[in-house]
Design a binder for this molecule. Structure first.
Ligand code: HEC
Ligand code: HEC
Length: 214
């Protein structure tokens, strides 16, 4: 005959085992919540053909592929989510982002972010457009920083980004091709000359850089 006590004991140990396993699983998920740099490096290999070549151009419309070095990890992750969800339209970036799991996106963002902080040494650019852009950027500073290094990990840094990419992005917020309620509001009353001045100002600052493979 089965002893009642034996049943209770084995049920108890099964429960303890199950809890232990579950805790173990959560432990792993927690540790990787911010992204696994090594996994990210392997996944980011294909990105280098465009993002790892300084000044590499998008074919049409023509603008330089954005610099990812020095960008906030969170902002990189959010960008990949937006391409996958088609809130940003770009055929190649959609094709890349749509195949990745949520964890893949976090790992990739972690690897790019691990390549270094924004580079702030050296001279900044100048000229009349940059000067006008500096004046006009006062309304942007709360979110993107005085010189384009954003104080919040969710808001992209703009400093040193390619001028033509910045202009392309600002125009996309105006047309709605890039969907973001905050930025749509920011650009709605600006004309194309304002956008050019702002793009020139941020591009002339020191900060982002092209991530190079090892
Ligand atoms: C064929 C060239 C190409 C490849 C390959 C490519 N990208 Fe891109 N990427 C672009 C272009 C062009 C843009 C700008 C698209 C747009 O929004 O107009 C972009 C934009 C981005 C952005 C947004 C940057 C920002 O400032 O918002 C991120 C993040 C990004 N790519 C990550 C990746 C990752 C990660 C991979 C590899 C898995 C990758 N890209 C592969 C061309 C490429
Ligand atoms: C209230 C905060 C806020 C303000 C103010 C703001 N931005 Fe933004 N900006 C954001 C956020 C959030 C994003 C990312 C949106 C997205 O996911 O597309 C962004 C994205 C951008 C991008 C795209 C960067 C990239 O890497 O693709 C540019 C360019 C930009 N902002 C320029 C400006 C300019 C110029 C101004 C002032 C006229 C401004 N922003 C004001 C929050 C702000």
């Amino acid at each position: 005959m089965f002893s009642r006590q034996g049943w209770v004991l084995s049920l108890l140990s099964a429960a303890v085992l199950a809890t232990g396993m579950a805790t173990g699983t959560w432990g792993v998920a927690d540790a990787r919540a911010e992204g696994d740099v090594e996994r990210g490096e392997a996944l980011a290999y294909t990105c280098m053909g465009c993002h790892g070549i300084p000044g590499y151009r998008n074919a049409f419309p023509t603008f330089r592929v954005p610099k990812l070095g020095g960008q906030h990890e969170q902002a990189l992750y959010l960008a990949l989510v937006e391409y996958a969800e088609r809130r940003r339209s770009h055929a190649t970036m959609y094709a890349q982002a749509a195949t990745f799991s949520d964890q893949d996106k976090r790992d990739i963002a972690a690897w790019f972010a691990s390549r270094g902080e924004p580079r702030t040494e050296g001279r900044t650019g100048s000229g009349p457009r940059v000067a006008r852009g500096r004046d006009k950027s006062q309304v942007c500073a709360a979110c993107h920083g005085e010189t384009g290094i954003s104080p919040s990990p969710e808001w992209p840094s703009l400093a040193g980004q390619h001028e033509d990419y910045l202009l392309h992005s600002l125009r996309q917020y105006q047309t709605g091709e890039r969907q973001n309620a905050v930025m749509a509001g920011q650009v709605q009353n600006l004309d194309d000359d304002d956008l050019r001045d702002l793009a020139a100002f941020y591009a002339a600052q020191r900060g982002l850089f092209t991530t190079r493979p090892d």
